[in-house]
Design a protein around this ligand. Structure first.
Ligand code: SF4
Length: 374
Protein backbone atom coordinates (compact mmCIF):
# COMPACT_ATOMS: atom_id res chain seq x y z
CA UNK A 1 0.00 0.00 0.00
CA UNK A 2 1.44 3.42 -0.89
CA UNK A 3 2.40 6.45 1.20
CA UNK A 4 2.15 10.13 0.47
CA UNK A 5 4.74 12.87 1.05
CA UNK A 6 4.27 16.66 1.09
CA UNK A 7 7.34 18.92 0.95
CA UNK A 8 7.02 22.30 2.68
CA UNK A 9 10.13 24.15 1.45
CA UNK A 10 10.52 26.93 4.01
CA UNK A 11 12.89 27.40 6.93
CA UNK A 12 13.43 30.33 9.25
CA UNK A 13 17.16 29.94 8.82
CA UNK A 14 19.29 27.39 6.96
CA UNK A 15 21.29 25.03 9.16
CA UNK A 16 24.97 24.81 8.16
CA UNK A 17 24.88 21.11 7.28
CA UNK A 18 21.59 20.92 5.38
CA UNK A 19 21.28 20.25 1.66
CA UNK A 20 17.51 19.72 1.52
CA UNK A 21 15.64 22.10 -0.74
CA UNK A 22 14.31 24.93 1.41
CA UNK A 23 14.35 28.70 1.33
CA UNK A 24 14.55 31.25 4.12
CA UNK A 25 12.32 34.18 4.88
CA UNK A 26 9.52 33.40 2.42
CA UNK A 27 6.20 34.48 3.87
CA UNK A 28 3.71 34.19 0.99
CA UNK A 29 2.42 30.86 2.16
CA UNK A 30 -1.02 31.47 0.66
CA UNK A 31 0.26 31.45 -2.92
CA UNK A 32 2.31 28.33 -2.16
CA UNK A 33 -0.68 26.59 -0.59
CA UNK A 34 -3.00 27.50 -3.48
CA UNK A 35 -0.49 25.93 -5.86
CA UNK A 36 -0.09 22.87 -3.64
CA UNK A 37 -3.87 22.34 -3.68
CA UNK A 38 -3.80 22.57 -7.47
CA UNK A 39 -0.94 20.08 -7.73
CA UNK A 40 -2.89 17.64 -5.55
CA UNK A 41 -5.97 18.03 -7.77
CA UNK A 42 -3.97 17.67 -11.01
CA UNK A 43 -2.19 14.55 -9.83
CA UNK A 44 -5.41 12.98 -8.56
CA UNK A 45 -7.01 13.56 -11.98
CA UNK A 46 -4.44 11.35 -13.69
CA UNK A 47 -4.49 8.49 -11.17
CA UNK A 48 -7.16 5.85 -10.53
CA UNK A 49 -9.56 6.87 -7.74
CA UNK A 50 -9.56 3.67 -5.75
CA UNK A 51 -5.97 3.78 -4.44
CA UNK A 52 -5.78 3.70 -0.66
CA UNK A 53 -2.83 5.28 1.19
CA UNK A 54 -1.59 4.29 4.62
CA UNK A 55 0.42 7.38 5.54
CA UNK A 56 1.00 11.07 4.96
CA UNK A 57 4.32 12.68 5.84
CA UNK A 58 4.82 16.46 5.89
CA UNK A 59 8.57 17.00 5.48
CA UNK A 60 10.78 19.86 4.52
CA UNK A 61 11.97 22.41 5.08
CA UNK A 62 9.97 23.17 8.15
CA UNK A 63 6.32 22.09 7.82
CA UNK A 64 5.66 23.33 11.35
CA UNK A 65 5.92 26.90 10.06
CA UNK A 66 2.36 26.30 8.78
CA UNK A 67 -0.52 27.16 11.09
CA UNK A 68 -2.94 24.44 12.05
CA UNK A 69 -5.50 25.93 9.66
CA UNK A 70 -3.04 25.90 6.74
CA UNK A 71 -1.89 22.37 7.45
CA UNK A 72 -5.47 21.21 8.03
CA UNK A 73 -6.40 22.72 4.64
CA UNK A 74 -3.75 20.58 2.89
CA UNK A 75 -5.00 17.48 4.71
CA UNK A 76 -8.56 18.26 3.63
CA UNK A 77 -7.45 18.67 0.02
CA UNK A 78 -5.70 15.31 0.16
CA UNK A 79 -8.68 13.58 1.75
CA UNK A 80 -11.01 15.06 -0.85
CA UNK A 81 -8.94 13.59 -3.68
CA UNK A 82 -7.45 10.36 -2.31
CA UNK A 83 -8.53 7.52 -0.05
CA UNK A 84 -6.77 6.76 3.23
CA UNK A 85 -6.83 4.01 5.82
CA UNK A 86 -8.98 4.97 8.81
CA UNK A 87 -5.89 4.73 10.99
CA UNK A 88 -3.49 6.29 8.50
CA UNK A 89 -0.28 7.59 10.04
CA UNK A 90 -0.07 11.39 9.64
CA UNK A 91 3.35 12.82 10.56
CA UNK A 92 4.55 16.41 10.66
CA UNK A 93 8.24 17.28 10.92
CA UNK A 94 8.59 20.03 13.49
CA UNK A 95 11.36 22.41 14.31
CA UNK A 96 11.03 22.90 18.08
CA UNK A 97 11.50 26.64 17.61
CA UNK A 98 8.26 26.93 15.63
CA UNK A 99 5.58 25.19 17.71
CA UNK A 100 3.61 25.70 20.89
CA UNK A 101 0.84 23.77 22.61
CA UNK A 102 -1.95 25.64 20.81
CA UNK A 103 -0.49 24.91 17.37
CA UNK A 104 0.02 21.24 18.17
CA UNK A 105 -3.53 20.95 19.53
CA UNK A 106 -4.68 22.36 16.21
CA UNK A 107 -2.56 19.83 14.31
CA UNK A 108 -4.09 17.04 16.38
CA UNK A 109 -7.59 18.31 15.64
CA UNK A 110 -6.70 18.37 11.93
CA UNK A 111 -5.79 14.66 12.08
CA UNK A 112 -2.04 14.65 12.79
CA UNK A 113 -1.12 11.66 14.98
CA UNK A 114 2.69 11.63 14.84
CA UNK A 115 5.34 14.33 15.25
CA UNK A 116 9.00 14.21 14.31
CA UNK A 117 11.12 16.82 16.06
CA UNK A 118 14.47 17.89 14.67
CA UNK A 119 16.24 18.20 18.00
CA UNK A 120 19.79 17.11 16.99
CA UNK A 121 21.33 17.79 20.43
CA UNK A 122 20.48 18.85 23.97
CA UNK A 123 23.74 20.81 24.28
CA UNK A 124 23.57 24.57 23.71
CA UNK A 125 26.98 24.79 22.00
CA UNK A 126 26.11 21.97 19.57
CA UNK A 127 22.87 23.72 18.63
CA UNK A 128 24.72 26.96 18.10
CA UNK A 129 27.37 25.25 15.96
CA UNK A 130 24.69 23.56 13.82
CA UNK A 131 22.89 26.94 13.57
CA UNK A 132 19.63 25.52 14.84
CA UNK A 133 17.04 28.18 15.73
CA UNK A 134 15.94 26.54 19.00
CA UNK A 135 17.40 25.85 22.41
CA UNK A 136 17.49 22.53 24.24
CA UNK A 137 14.82 23.87 26.65
CA UNK A 138 12.54 24.75 23.73
CA UNK A 139 12.98 21.22 22.39
CA UNK A 140 11.94 19.76 25.75
CA UNK A 141 8.97 22.13 25.95
CA UNK A 142 7.89 21.21 22.42
CA UNK A 143 7.90 17.50 23.28
CA UNK A 144 5.86 18.27 26.41
CA UNK A 145 3.46 20.31 24.28
CA UNK A 146 3.02 17.31 21.95
CA UNK A 147 1.90 15.18 24.91
CA UNK A 148 -0.41 17.95 26.11
CA UNK A 149 -1.93 18.02 22.65
CA UNK A 150 -2.59 14.27 22.85
CA UNK A 151 0.09 13.19 20.37
CA UNK A 152 2.11 10.39 21.97
CA UNK A 153 3.84 9.10 18.88
CA UNK A 154 6.95 11.27 18.90
CA UNK A 155 10.22 10.89 17.03
CA UNK A 156 13.37 12.84 17.80
CA UNK A 157 16.15 13.31 15.25
CA UNK A 158 19.51 13.30 17.00
CA UNK A 159 22.90 13.79 15.44
CA UNK A 160 26.19 12.19 16.43
CA UNK A 161 29.79 12.58 15.20
CA UNK A 162 29.72 16.31 15.76
CA UNK A 163 33.19 17.86 15.90
CA UNK A 164 34.68 17.33 19.36
CA UNK A 165 31.70 15.26 20.57
CA UNK A 166 32.63 12.85 23.35
CA UNK A 167 30.84 9.63 24.14
CA UNK A 168 29.65 11.24 27.35
CA UNK A 169 28.02 14.16 25.55
CA UNK A 170 26.33 11.84 23.04
CA UNK A 171 25.06 9.56 25.81
CA UNK A 172 23.60 12.61 27.54
CA UNK A 173 21.52 13.26 24.42
CA UNK A 174 20.24 9.69 24.31
CA UNK A 175 19.42 9.81 28.02
CA UNK A 176 17.49 13.08 27.64
CA UNK A 177 15.50 11.56 24.80
CA UNK A 178 14.72 8.51 26.91
CA UNK A 179 13.72 10.62 29.91
CA UNK A 180 11.32 12.59 27.72
CA UNK A 181 9.54 9.35 26.82
CA UNK A 182 10.11 9.52 23.10
CA UNK A 183 8.71 6.53 21.21
CA UNK A 184 11.04 6.69 18.21
CA UNK A 185 14.58 7.89 17.55
CA UNK A 186 16.38 8.65 14.31
CA UNK A 187 20.12 8.83 14.98
CA UNK A 188 22.29 10.04 12.13
CA UNK A 189 25.93 10.98 12.00
CA UNK A 190 26.70 14.49 10.82
CA UNK A 191 27.77 14.25 7.19
CA UNK A 192 29.45 16.95 5.17
CA UNK A 193 27.27 17.57 2.12
CA UNK A 194 28.75 19.32 -0.92
CA UNK A 195 27.80 22.98 -1.28
CA UNK A 196 26.80 23.53 2.35
CA UNK A 197 28.38 26.10 4.69
CA UNK A 198 29.73 23.16 6.70
CA UNK A 199 31.59 21.85 3.64
CA UNK A 200 33.20 25.27 3.19
CA UNK A 201 34.14 25.41 6.87
CA UNK A 202 35.77 21.98 6.63
CA UNK A 203 37.59 22.91 3.41
CA UNK A 204 38.99 26.06 5.04
CA UNK A 205 40.17 24.12 8.07
CA UNK A 206 37.75 25.94 10.40
CA UNK A 207 36.11 22.65 11.39
CA UNK A 208 37.67 19.20 11.77
CA UNK A 209 35.32 16.26 11.45
CA UNK A 210 35.82 13.28 13.78
CA UNK A 211 37.68 10.24 12.36
CA UNK A 212 35.68 7.30 10.99
CA UNK A 213 36.60 5.08 13.95
CA UNK A 214 34.99 7.43 16.45
CA UNK A 215 31.87 7.62 14.25
CA UNK A 216 31.71 3.80 14.25
CA UNK A 217 32.22 3.69 18.04
CA UNK A 218 29.40 6.14 18.71
CA UNK A 219 27.12 4.27 16.34
CA UNK A 220 27.89 0.91 17.96
CA UNK A 221 27.24 2.43 21.36
CA UNK A 222 23.94 3.85 20.12
CA UNK A 223 22.77 0.44 18.87
CA UNK A 224 23.74 -1.28 22.13
CA UNK A 225 22.27 1.36 24.42
CA UNK A 226 18.97 1.65 22.61
CA UNK A 227 18.61 -2.14 22.43
CA UNK A 228 19.17 -2.28 26.19
CA UNK A 229 16.45 0.35 26.68
CA UNK A 230 13.96 -1.67 24.63
CA UNK A 231 14.09 0.09 21.29
CA UNK A 232 13.85 -2.09 18.20
CA UNK A 233 16.35 -1.14 15.49
CA UNK A 234 14.28 -1.50 12.33
CA UNK A 235 16.64 0.36 10.03
CA UNK A 236 20.29 1.36 10.17
CA UNK A 237 19.45 4.74 11.73
CA UNK A 238 15.95 4.21 13.12
CA UNK A 239 14.84 2.83 16.46
CA UNK A 240 11.30 2.40 17.77
CA UNK A 241 9.57 1.34 20.94
CA UNK A 242 7.09 -1.49 20.56
CA UNK A 243 4.30 -0.55 18.16
CA UNK A 244 5.89 2.75 17.13
CA UNK A 245 7.68 1.78 13.93
CA UNK A 246 6.90 4.46 11.35
CA UNK A 247 4.64 3.11 8.64
CA UNK A 248 5.72 5.88 6.32
CA UNK A 249 9.43 5.13 6.76
CA UNK A 250 8.72 1.50 5.93
CA UNK A 251 7.21 2.60 2.63
CA UNK A 252 10.65 3.63 1.42
CA UNK A 253 12.55 0.70 2.87
CA UNK A 254 10.05 -1.84 1.57
CA UNK A 255 10.34 -0.28 -1.85
CA UNK A 256 6.61 0.48 -1.91
CA UNK A 257 5.10 3.22 -4.05
CA UNK A 258 4.81 6.77 -2.78
CA UNK A 259 3.53 10.04 -4.20
CA UNK A 260 5.29 13.31 -3.47
CA UNK A 261 3.91 16.87 -3.68
CA UNK A 262 5.63 20.23 -3.44
CA UNK A 263 8.93 21.57 -4.83
CA UNK A 264 11.71 18.94 -5.10
CA UNK A 265 9.43 16.10 -3.92
CA UNK A 266 10.16 12.67 -5.45
CA UNK A 267 7.62 9.99 -6.33
CA UNK A 268 7.90 6.32 -7.22
CA UNK A 269 4.82 4.89 -8.82
CA UNK A 270 4.26 1.63 -10.64
CA UNK A 271 7.76 1.31 -12.04
CA UNK A 272 8.31 5.00 -12.75
CA UNK A 273 10.16 7.58 -10.67
CA UNK A 274 9.83 11.33 -11.12
CA UNK A 275 10.98 14.38 -9.25
CA UNK A 276 9.47 17.83 -8.99
CA UNK A 277 11.19 21.10 -9.84
CA UNK A 278 13.61 22.13 -7.06
CA UNK A 279 12.83 25.79 -7.38
CA UNK A 280 9.79 27.33 -5.76
CA UNK A 281 9.39 29.89 -8.56
CA UNK A 282 9.58 27.33 -11.36
CA UNK A 283 7.28 24.96 -9.46
CA UNK A 284 4.74 27.82 -9.03
CA UNK A 285 5.04 28.78 -12.73
CA UNK A 286 4.50 25.21 -13.91
CA UNK A 287 1.35 24.84 -11.83
CA UNK A 288 0.06 28.28 -12.86
CA UNK A 289 0.33 27.18 -16.50
CA UNK A 290 -1.63 24.01 -15.77
CA UNK A 291 1.31 21.55 -15.92
CA UNK A 292 2.40 18.97 -13.39
CA UNK A 293 5.62 20.44 -11.94
CA UNK A 294 7.95 17.56 -12.84
CA UNK A 295 11.61 18.28 -13.52
CA UNK A 296 12.34 14.80 -14.81
CA UNK A 297 11.52 11.14 -14.56
CA UNK A 298 12.69 7.66 -15.45
CA UNK A 299 11.34 4.19 -15.91
CA UNK A 300 12.82 1.84 -13.35
CA UNK A 301 14.20 -1.16 -15.16
CA UNK A 302 14.53 -4.58 -13.60
CA UNK A 303 18.23 -4.15 -12.69
CA UNK A 304 17.60 -0.83 -10.95
CA UNK A 305 14.63 -2.24 -9.04
CA UNK A 306 16.67 -5.26 -7.99
CA UNK A 307 19.64 -3.12 -6.83
CA UNK A 308 17.38 -0.76 -4.89
CA UNK A 309 15.42 -3.62 -3.34
CA UNK A 310 18.63 -5.22 -2.05
CA UNK A 311 19.94 -1.93 -0.66
CA UNK A 312 16.68 -0.83 0.98
CA UNK A 313 15.68 -4.19 2.41
CA UNK A 314 19.10 -5.05 3.71
CA UNK A 315 19.39 -1.80 5.66
CA UNK A 316 16.00 -2.44 7.28
CA UNK A 317 14.02 -5.66 7.77
CA UNK A 318 16.31 -7.90 5.71
CA UNK A 319 15.68 -9.65 2.40
CA UNK A 320 12.92 -12.24 2.31
CA UNK A 321 14.50 -14.63 -0.17
CA UNK A 322 11.13 -16.04 -1.30
CA UNK A 323 9.80 -12.56 -2.02
CA UNK A 324 13.02 -11.68 -3.84
CA UNK A 325 12.73 -14.78 -5.98
CA UNK A 326 9.08 -14.03 -6.86
CA UNK A 327 9.82 -10.41 -7.76
CA UNK A 328 12.99 -10.93 -9.76
CA UNK A 329 12.78 -14.57 -10.80
CA UNK A 330 16.28 -15.05 -9.35
CA UNK A 331 18.04 -16.78 -6.48
CA UNK A 332 19.96 -14.14 -4.55
CA UNK A 333 22.01 -16.65 -2.56
CA UNK A 334 23.00 -18.72 -5.60
CA UNK A 335 23.91 -15.58 -7.55
CA UNK A 336 26.15 -14.30 -4.72
CA UNK A 337 27.21 -17.57 -3.11
CA UNK A 338 30.88 -16.73 -2.39
CA UNK A 339 30.22 -13.23 -1.06
CA UNK A 340 27.30 -14.29 1.13
CA UNK A 341 29.27 -17.25 2.55
CA UNK A 342 32.11 -14.87 3.46
CA UNK A 343 29.71 -12.49 5.20
CA UNK A 344 27.93 -15.32 7.02
CA UNK A 345 31.17 -16.76 8.33
CA UNK A 346 32.51 -13.26 9.08
CA UNK A 347 29.41 -12.51 11.16
CA UNK A 348 28.13 -9.53 9.19
CA UNK A 349 25.13 -11.30 7.60
CA UNK A 350 22.71 -13.82 9.09
CA UNK A 351 20.23 -16.16 7.46
CA UNK A 352 17.16 -17.25 9.41
CA UNK A 353 13.68 -18.36 8.31
CA UNK A 354 14.45 -17.53 4.69
CA UNK A 355 15.46 -13.96 5.53
CA UNK A 356 18.95 -12.57 4.91
CA UNK A 357 19.73 -9.67 7.23
CA UNK A 358 22.56 -7.63 8.69
CA UNK A 359 23.94 -8.50 12.10
CA UNK A 360 24.98 -5.77 14.54
CA UNK A 361 28.49 -5.89 13.02
CA UNK A 362 26.94 -5.82 9.56
CA UNK A 363 25.04 -2.61 10.39
CA UNK A 364 28.43 -0.95 10.79
CA UNK A 365 29.39 -2.04 7.26
CA UNK A 366 26.00 -1.70 5.61
CA UNK A 367 27.10 0.20 2.49
CA UNK A 368 30.00 -2.12 1.72
CA UNK A 369 27.84 -5.23 2.13
CA UNK A 370 25.06 -3.81 -0.07
CA UNK A 371 27.66 -2.96 -2.72
CA UNK A 372 28.92 -6.55 -2.68
CA UNK A 373 25.51 -8.06 -3.51
CA UNK A 374 24.20 -8.11 -7.07
S1 SF4 B 1 15.44 23.22 9.74
FE1 SF4 B 1 15.72 21.22 8.74
S2 SF4 B 1 15.27 21.55 6.56
FE2 SF4 B 1 15.57 23.58 7.52
S3 SF4 B 1 17.69 24.05 7.12
FE3 SF4 B 1 17.60 23.08 9.15
S4 SF4 B 1 17.92 20.87 8.77
FE4 SF4 B 1 17.45 21.85 6.79
Amino acid sequence: MPGLYVHIPFCEKKCIYCDFYSIESFRQYDSFLDALHREIAMRADVLPHDIRFHSIFFGGGTPSLLTDVQLGGVLEALRARFRFDDDAEVTVECNPGTVDAAKLRGYRAAGVNRLSFGVQSFHADDLQFLSRIHTAEEAEQAIGAAREAGIDDVNLDLMFSLPGQTTERWMHNLERARALGTTHLSCYSLTVEQGTPLARMVARGMVTMPPEESDADLYAQTMDTLAEWGFEQYEVSNFARDGHVSRHNLTYWRHEDYLGFGPSAHSTWQGRRWWNLSSLDRWLDAIASGCLPEAGGELLDRDTLRREYIYLRLRSEGIDLGDFSRRFDADLVADNRAFIDRCLSGGTLQLADGCLSLTREGMLLCDAICAGLE
